[in-house]
Design a protein around this ligand. Sequence first.
Ligand code: TXA
Ligand code: MG
Length: 350
Amino acid sequence: METRWIRLQKGNTDLKAIREAGEIIRRGGLVAFPTETVYGLGGDALNPASSNKIYAAKGRPSDNPLIVHICRWEDLPPIVKEIPPQAKALADAFWPGPLTMIFQKSDLVPKETTGGLSTVAVRYPDHKQALEFIKAAGGYIAAPSANTSGRPSPTEGKYVYEDLSGKIEMLLDDGLVSIGLESTIVDLTEEIPVILRPGYITEEMLQRVLGEVCADPTILHVAADAAPKAPGMKYRHYAPKGDLTIVTGQMETVVSKVNALSGQAMEQGVKVGIIGTDETISSYQADVKKSVGKRTDEAAIARRLYQILREFDDENVQLIYSEAFDDTGIGQAIMNRLLKAAGHKVLTVT
Ligand code: TXA
Ligand code: MG
């Protein structure tokens, strides 16, 4: 299959291309599209065959449910059993936006889309072209992130093309996304809402609307006896090809420890990469050094993280050291993804 790579004008809705993309979905085909978080690999959420195609294109286990994307609040009731009052409150505050909510599903949603679960994840993205596309496709797009399973989620069209060329009919490319990490997922089927995946909508923001909310304990820690509730979070995700370790401690000590480790590895001919910040990057010695941005600019760090992991892959970096980041606010999402990428390998220096 030849993948048509359509470059949308940034912010400018190319309705002709988007209508064609909608047609492809209605016929049961797959189209990758931009959202404000990361690119999605879209198919018709109400068509079991489309969901099966998504799993195949992504190389993803079919017990890992997909998120259903909608473009209007009115499209929510038909796909869920009930709408708890908390969902209405969250939607008023954060939809359209980078928040996914889990509901009991209605019979309209096939079990292929939900990985066999009786619940469904729903998201109403805040992205003009994505909304036009969902509308053109009939209103319900199932979409995981548009990466091959196990690779970092794509923040740019070229990464989608790299992973999915030949496996999808069309790619709608809108350049670099604005957020760069996947949506926050909140489970509303529990008495107290549970954050299954942290994101740009932070725990504090959710608390302000819900009063009480709890976070899945596996978000920042590996718990031997606790399995994460979002099936996708159990897989080793966001994995760079290089072996990644997070180094934490007082910044000067971190820099000297990383330089010592990096020096040893380079002597043995290993290609070393470092993830630092604008404040520290010039103090490191390694084959490849990349700054995620200013330490205080969490939004910039979120947008840059996956891109850096992909760049290290392209440059065949074998060993990666990263600084740790503050784990409050958006930092909770940043550290959640970084810890997963590192397989929870953390070196604490004193
Ligand atoms: O920002 C995003 O959410 C992006 C864009 C494309 O919208 N999508 C995304 O999808 O990140 P994906 O498939 O890569 O991640 C979806 C996560 C998985 O961890 C999955 O297990 C979880 O959501 N999930 C989906 N449905 C669920 C359900 N019914 N119950 C619990 N977890 C669910
Ligand atoms: Mg994903």
